[in-house]
Design a protein around this ligand. Structure first.
Ligand code: GA4
Length: 328
């Protein structure tokens, strides 16, 4: 059963007219950083091209993903339904959210990937090197983007944001979401509940870097709540502002609410690979003083990433968890 509240409602606003910013990373640095800050303020979302991640690295990762999801239910479950990390099927988080999606969710550090590889693949050395290469390349991209954003915001310390995910104890994650075609799923009941692949939410972390194959379904909400379909394009990386970035910028950037519709193509599975850049658990998070200076007061109280993460997991997927951290 799909949670009723997450099914797209007929009366909701949907627009096809908005083209989200596409930022060419090969252009002049100060121009790129200004474009990024504008995109973060206007949408909390943009796409990047000429990102420097080799196609071979992306294709290899997708292939490992498809290979894993093509296994039998029993084989996949043997990875361990390590809550909340490991293999998941339809159930999202710990509080009853459901979607028409299968996923693998892993910590993004080399040691954890190496550990997980042993239970995920018979050829664990190959799985490890493919997933680790992809994760390292996308982490580098995330750091570059965060440094460009810091420059565009005129923050003194260019590493103010990226240092959290460069930290050896960073709690960043890597996720592969698999949205089966109608044909893939046997049960008629599943067909009836089709609508949502992954329900509306914002990401709790700093920044998310999402890649998907050429199958559609991904949507991003504008600030006024209108949903906009993001046309699938395997040449781009999609960049999503997370909740912590909203806090760092004292609300000047808003975390983007996004969702994935269930895959109704009937022909090809949708696969997306997502990197979530997060601080170490013990790191303190608060609006950066240079931003607050211009705005006179902090909108959010200081908290640790661990506290915020625990709160996120205690709530539903679509809940607006940042409201609980506002200064009253
Ligand atoms: C959204 C971003 C990441 O995918 C994730 C998700 C996590 C999960 O799937 O286990 C959460 C969700 C995400 C936000 C609120 C909580 C936690 C499901 C959920 C209901 C891995 C994450 O870090 O937060």
């Amino acid at each position: 059963m799909v949670v009723a509240s997450s099914i797209p409602h007929l009366s909701e606003k949907i627009s096809g007219a908005v083209g989200f910013p596409i930022i060419d990373l090969s252009l002049d640095r100060s121009h790129v950083s200004n474009l990024m800050v504008k995109a973060c303020k206007d949408f909390g979302f943009f796409k990047v091209i000429n990102h420097g991640v080799p196609k071979l690295v992306i294709d290899g990762m997708e292939k490992e993903g498809l290979n894993f999801f093509s296994k039998t239910d029993l084989e996949k479950r043997s990875v361990g339904l390590l809550k909340p990390l490991g293999y998941g099927n339809k159930s999202i988080g710990l509080n009853g959210d459901m979607g028409d999606v299968e996923y693998l969710l892993l910590h993004a550090n080399s040691q954890s990937i190496s550990q997980a590889s042993k239970s995920i693949s018979k050829n664990s050395a190959q799985f490890y090197s493919t997933v680790n290469n992809y994760t390292q390349a996308v982490k580098k991209l995330a750091c570059e983007i965060l440094e460009l954003i810091a420059e565009g915001l005129w923050v003194h310390d260019k590493y103010a944001f990226s240092r959290y995910i460069r930290d050896i104890d960073s709690d960043s994650l890597i996720r592969i979401n698999y949205y089966p075609t109608c044909i893939d799923s046997a049960a008629a009941a599943v067909h009836q509940s089709r609508g949502i692949g992954f329900g509306e939410h914002s990401d709790p972390q700093i920044l998310t870097i999402l890649h998907s194959n050429e199958v559609g379904g991904f949507q991003v909400a504008l600030h006024d709540g209108t949903w906009v379909a993001v046309p699938p394009d395997s040449m781009v990386f999609n960049v999503i502002v997370g909740d912590l970035m909203q806090v760092f910028t004292n609300g000047r950037f808003k975390s983007a609410r996004h969702r994935a519709l269930a895959n109704t193509t009937g022909s090809k599975s949708r696969i997306s690979i997502i990197y979530f850049g997060a601080p170490p658990k013990h790191a303190m998070v608060y609006p950066i003083p240079e931003v607050v200076k211009h705005m006179h007061h902090s909108l959010y109280r200081p908290f640790t990433w661990d506290e915020f993460k625990q709160t996120s997991y205690s709530l539903r997927l679509g809940d607006r968890r940042l409201d609980l951290f506002k200064v009253t």
